[in-house]
Design a binder for this molecule. Structure first.
Ligand code: ZN
Length: 265
């Protein structure tokens, strides 16, 4: 199943998304992402591209992993980490597919980072070796870990550089049919700026597997249903300019598109 979250009749609604004739349509409203039975079938399906999309997740926290691909760690001149490097983005940084990312005036370099994101489905605390991971996973989606690269270096810690409002575009849908096995086998992650390919990686190249990441994270932080894990970005990160449009695609999951604009005064 795949679903979205969108503006609908003046509020936010969850929508069931189905492929028909090669296009994606919102065909029904869902009471919640945890109850797949449609609450209301739409008399007229809505083209997903014409929906006003919100981020399809409402996490209590967004846990992110830095340098989880060897080539990306090296391109920024960093050592390959010996254990996962974690940071958080605030839920206030979430933005839907199609939303415009405002570039803060205090930064002279804003970068895209295309990533696979995992949605947690069940409370997870201290995942044990040999424990089945799949029941804890709800699905996957696509994210752009937008980063003010100059502030990341200047501040030393990453909260501000990665935490601006709108710096976590996610969507357009959550795909529940993709799990640990598909991620380990390799999902292709690609980022394009104005249509030009800038990042091409596969999740088969994770330095730390999804199980290793979630074991490490849940040893410290209880993950709640709906929490989001950004799994790191492959090589090829770079800056955007106002007016650029960035697409992040994960094969079999979806394509996230957001344009960038100078911050409004
Ligand atoms: Zn990242």
């Amino acid at each position: 199943m795949q679903y979205c979250r969108m503006e609908w009749a003046g509020s936010a609604a969850w929508g069931l998304v189905e492929e028909r004739d090669g296009a994606l349509w919102v065909t029904a409203l869902l009471a919640s992402p945890w109850r797949p039975d449609p609450e209301q079938v739409l008399a007229e399906p809505l083209l997903l591209d014409s929906a006003k999309l919100l981020a399809p997740v409402t996490p209590s926290k967004i846990v992110c992993v830095g340098r989880n691909y060897r080539d990306h760690a090296k391109e920024l001149g960093n050592e390959v980490p010996s254990e996962p490097l974690l940071f958080l983005k605030p839920p206030s940084s979430l933005l839907g597919c199609g939303g415009v990312v405002e570039m803060p005036q205090v930064s002279a370099r804003v970068d895209y980072e295309g990533e696979l994101a995992v949605v947690i489905g069940r409370r997870m605390r201290r995942l044990q070796p040999g424990e089945d991971l799949q029941p804890y996973l709800h699905g996957v989606t696509v994210a752009n870990d937008v980063t003010a690269r100059d502030l990341q270096k200047k501040d030393g810690q990453w909260t501000r550089a990665k935490g601006f409002d709108g710096f976590c575009p996610v969507g357009p849908v959550v795909q529940t049919a993709v799990g640990e096995a598909e991620i380990a086998a390799g999902l292709v992650v690609e980022t394009r700026v104005n249509g030009e390919l800038r990042q091409h990686g596969t999740t088969a190249d994770f330095l730390f597997s999804l199980r290793e990441l979630l074991t490490y994270i849940s040893a410290a932080i209880t993950l709640e249903p709906g929490d989001l894990l950004l799994t790191g970005t492959p090589a090829g990160v770079g800056p955007v300019q106002a007016g650029d449009c960035v697409t992040v695609s994960v094969a079999g999951v979806g394509t996230l598109r957001n344009c960038f604009a100078a911050e409004k005064p």
